[in-house]
Ligand binder design. Structure first.
Ligand code: NAI
Length: 259
């Protein structure tokens, strides 16, 4: 039996329409999971489902705004209705709004906290009972290296991701005894539309990219495939003794003081 197999599992993935979340949907489907991709954009959601179905997998898209608890509850309900159970949860939806505290509008602060911290909380609140109904399961929360260290012009993002990292520990402590393993994945800079948007917003995008890569000992951006592999490990039986772990995949960036 392949410990990385997700055969017979039903995985709900938020942020499944782009970047890391999209790649997790594709990878989990290849590992045998039935995938419920959640996101705000119907066209992008349909394209993930089409790609999974074209390679023989099974998937659904449920339009969901993770900042709305009612929509997250409905997402879990519809996954259970369609597939009979939910055994894996992945929280990958997120936004990165840039700014020091004085530069961050109250709206940007609220959007960041609502999306990057409350969104995963709603997924835990409504999703964990479904994992328990399924007799156990796993949850993978995509936080960030910026949940572990500070960074310039990222006050709201660092606050939300730092809170998220410690929320995962609390969730794990509550639910590990019930057969639900919850772990956190902290990527470094990964080449996705989110990061490319941040580069493009700079006066000199290639200079921004160089600055982003400079503190990474591996000397390059990460790829979504590399993060999806780590997510698969945490979602599957291969990580059977992991609970409340903070798994960092950042090319060595947070290991380095920079000298
Ligand atoms: P992305 O922008 O490609 O994908 C994020 C997805 O979340 C998009 O589909 C977006 O529509 C969705 N989303 C945003 N707000 C939402 C909401 N209210 N409801 C439902 N969906 C919503 O970004 P990427 O890079 O794939 O990011 C995925 C996760 O990884 C995020 O949580 C991000 O903070 C985290 N991350 C990304 C890193 C990077 O360098 N790309 C580094 C560390 C963490």
């Amino acid at each position: 039996m392949d410990a990385l197999s997700l055969a017979g599992k039903v995985a709900v993935v938020t942020g499944g329409t782009s970047g890391i979340g999209r790649e997790i949907c594709l990878r989990f489907a290849r590992a045998g999971a039935q995938v419920v991709a959640a996101g705000r954009r119907n066209d992008a959601g349909k394209s993930v489902v089409a790609e999974i179905e074209a390679s023989g997998g099974s998937a659904r898209f449920v339009e969901t705004d993770v900042t709305d608890p009612g929509q997250v509850a409905r997402l879990i309900g519809s996954a259970e209705e369609d597939y009979g159970q939910v055994s894996v949860l992945v929280s990958a939806a997120g936004v990165m709004l840039i700014g020091s505290a004085p530069e961050t509008s109250v709206d940007a602060w609220r959007t960041t906290i609502e999306t990057d911290l409350s969104g995963p909380f709603y997924l835990a609140k409504y999703g964990i009972p479904a994992l328990l109904r399924a007799g156990g399961g796993t949850m993978v929360v995509v936080a960030s290296e910026l949940g572990l260290v500070g960074a310039r012009e990222a006050a709201a993002y660092c606050a939300a991701k730092g809170g998220l990292v410690n929320m995962v520990r609390a969730l794990a402590v509550d639910h590990a005894p019930q057969g639900v393993r919850i772990n956190c994945l902290c990527p470094g800079p990964i080449d996705t539309p989110l990061l490319q948007g941040w580069f493009a917003a700079g006066a000199d995008p290639s200079d921004r990219e160089r600055q982003q890569v400079a503190p990474v000992p591996l000397g390059r951006l990460g790829r979504v495939e590399e993060i999806a592999e780590a997510a698969l490990f945490l979602a599957s039986d291969a990580s059977s003794y992991f609970a409340g772990s903070i798994v960092v995949a950042d090319g060595g960036a947070t290991a380095w003081y920079g000298l």
